[in-house]
Design a binder for this molecule. Structure first.
Ligand code: MTE
Ligand code: MO
Length: 328
């Protein structure tokens, strides 16, 4: 698990991606029995699934995407957008394979409708909540955000989504809820990459409640004016623009509220490389590469990476008094 600590330090120019670590780990694990997480989709009875597909077959979600409020200025980065084709064909979504091209090639097998999310833990209104119910609780808004992967590539994307805070409030978290965590679907038929134990599926991520309630954090259901493509995390994924991309978990089927800090996938894999907070920080190098600069998809030149990915004015106060070298 900590074998990464033995890996030699390499120069930034030699950085490939997060897979370097994973492939090594997987080789070590060959022969061990992979215990797969319970398939949350298994919570539905066939009848329920049938009833829900009828209720969404009129394209309700599609119509709702027509009513999108434009991004307010504080939520609209004034930078050229990454081309839609780059943002939808160069992806990290290990449930479909670890190559950047795998998700766009393989994600057609994902069935994003009907979709429901299990809500549980420290919460007043637990349950299995259909996606339409969640979408009815908040306005759809466009958000034009920077997005920075821990691997040093970045992009600027016009997302369409709903305020994460509004959605979480609607579930009535208890006073004990200090963290919220998320899980991606586990289904080896829909997600063929899960036949390999590269991650202890399901993919998991989490936030402190005050981070989750920040107005910049959204649940995205669309991008570039359209429904989210499968490879980008359909039908609903997290976007937390001041954190490294791995926090922005895709195809969410569970939202869990807890008193203690939840386990998260990349932190479990290599705690020395991927912290729980994962705030974009050009001053804290990844053990194997610098985080000082980044390359925008579609561009050749590198640019300096900004603290909190340029959102420091809005979010830095969340971390007042915290040592950001330690809590990276
Ligand atoms: N379920 C799941 N969510 C995930 C990932 C993943 O492999 N599985 N990869 C993460 C990483 S490392 C990044 S950089 C972003 C990539 O999002 P994009 O493909 O929309 O650019 O998704 C994040 N969310
Ligand atoms: Mo990433």
């Amino acid at each position: 698990m900590r074998e990464s600590m033995k890996m030699p330090r390499i120069r930034e120019s030699e950085v490939t991606d997060e897979t370097t670590f994973l492939n090594r780990r997987e080789i070590l694990q060959l022969g061990s029995t992979a215990v797969m997480g319970a398939t949350l989709a298994g919570c539905f009875s066939a009848d329920e699934a049938e009833a829900e597909s009828t209720s969404t077959s009129d394209g309700r979600m599609l119509r709702k995407l027509d009513n999108v409020k434009p991004a307010p200025p504080a939520f609209r980065i004034q930078e050229e957008h990454t081309s839609e084709s780059d943002a939808t064909s160069y992806n990290n979504f290990y449930e479909f394979g670890t190559d950047k091209k795998d998700p766009s090639r393989n994600a057609h097998s994902l069935q994003p409708e009907p979709w429901s999310i299990v809500v549980d833990g420290e919460v007043g209104k637990p349950g299995l909540v259909p996606l339409e119910t969640i979408l009815a609780r908040a306005d759809l808004e466009e958000r034009i955000y920077r997005f920075r992967c821990v691997e040093t590539w970045s992009m600027v994307v016009p997302w369409i989504g709903i305020s994460l805070g509004d959605v979480l409030k609607s579930f009535e978290p208890t006073s004990k809820a200090r963290y919220v965590s998320f899980e991606t679907l586990v289904d080896r038929k829909q997600m063929p990459g899960q036949n390999r134990h590269v991650i202890d599926w399901p993919y998991r991520e989490g936030l402190r409640m005050d981070e989750a309630m920040h107005p910049l954090a959204i649940l995205a259901v669309g991008m570039y004016g359209k429904i989210l493509p499968n490879q980008n995390g359909a039908p609903i994924r997290l976007i937390v623009p001041w954190k490294y991309g791995f926090k922005s978990i895709k195809s969410i089927v569970r939202i869990h509220f807890s008193e203690s800090q939840p386990a998260t996938s990349w932190n479990d894999l290599a705690a020395d490389e991927y912290g729980f907070y994962a705030n974009v920080n050009p001053k804290v190098a990844h053990p194997r590469w610098s985080q000082a600069r980044e390359r925008k998809l579609g561009e050749y030149r590198k640019h300096p990476t900004l603290a909190f990915n340029g959102y420091g004015d809005q979010v830095a106060s969340l971390y007042d008094g915290m040592d950001l070298q330690r809590y990276f």
